[in-house]
Write a protein that binds this ligand. Structure first.
Ligand code: CUA
Length: 296
């Protein structure tokens, strides 16, 4: 449907651009041309020709041409999925300012990345945990508001593989711009492997002092499969495999992770994570070492 709408839009855009060009050309021609004397009868004829041609025939022809594009596109729009196919359900919840992504059939939870299979109908069920956000991945079609206490469903099927960008499209606070969703469309078998690898994750706790800090603080809000069950903050079970930190604030690598732990409030001011100024540097370092192992 989104592709059909886009095709109609491009046809309308092309046609409108053509009309604009013709009008501009006529306007320039009229400006540059020397005035010449014509008798009254000829002036009437010229006026009539322009009125009938430019005011009646041209608009009628234009609208008919656009209808020839638009009507078949509207007819061809079949609701997904094709009968007999069961759409895969994926639940995405907006938070200030990150994305929670759940695959309820397999119990997999991740954050700030939306991995989906190509050519398979999905029901993307969106809601919000706090204020109104909006789910928008332009290359996957329309956007849909994420409203607290209400579920909206966007049914879609990606027609090609690749990496795309999603962005919260409803102003939701000071870090609205830093609510970026990494989207990856995988081949069906690659997606199944990804889901299976995520589903079987079970980590062991961080060693020593880092483990204690994680237990007492981080784990209260963050979930790490096999270690903690917090639900208020992003699930960290596959943190090391995600491309960015802080929902698109910085690229994810060992250096960035340490920087994020120390300076996340200056990197993304107002995010819900408290400062860790009182944690000794070596414990934070140990914690970062362990967080880097959280991958399938
Ligand atoms: Cu969430 Cu803007």
């Amino acid at each position: 449907m989104a592709r059909d709408v886009a095709n109609v839009w491009w046809a309308m855009f092309g046609f409108s651009a053509l009309v604009l060009l013709v009008v501009c050309a006529l306007w320039i021609h009229a400006m540059l041309r020397q005035p010449r004397e014509v008798d009254a009868a000829r002036a009437r004829r010229i006026n009539r020709n322009w009125l009938v041609g430019g005011g009646l025939i041209l608009p009628t022809a234009s609208i008919l041409a656009l209808l020839a594009f638009g009507v078949p596109a509207g007819r061809g729009m079949l609701p997904l999925p094709v009968p007999g196919e069961q759409p895969l359900r994926i639940e995405i919840t907006g938070h200030q300012w990150w994305w929670e992504v759940r695959y309820p059939d397999s119990g997999v939870v991740t954050a700030n990345q939306f991995i989906l299979p190509v050519d398979r109908p999905l029901d993307v069920v969106v809601t919000s945990a706090d204020v109104v956000h909006s789910f928008w991945v332009p290359r996957l079609g329309g956007k849909l508001d994420m409203i607290p206490g209400r579920s909206n469903t966007l049914r879609l099927a990606a027609s090609e593989t690749g990496v795309m960008r999603g962005q919260c499209a409803e102003f939701c606070g000071s870090q609205h711009a830093h609510m970026i969703l990494h989207v990856e469309v995988l081949e069906a078998d690659a997606f199944d492997r990804w889901l299976a690898a995520r589903g079987s994750l079970a980590h062991s706790p961080a060693p020593g002092a880092a483990g204690q800090v994680f237990d007492e603080r981080c784990g209260q809000c963050h979930r790490v499969a096999g270690v903690s069950e917090g639900t208020r903050a992003p699930d960290l079970s596959d943190l090391a495999s995600r491309p960015t930190l802080g929902a698109g604030v910085i690229a994810n690598d060992a250096e960035a992770l340490r920087r994020w732990l120390r300076e996340h409030q200056s990197l993304k001011h107002g995010n819900a994570m408290p400062n860790h100024d009182d944690i000794p540097a070596e414990t934070l370092d140990q914690l970062a070492d362990w967080l880097e192992t959280l991958a399938p």
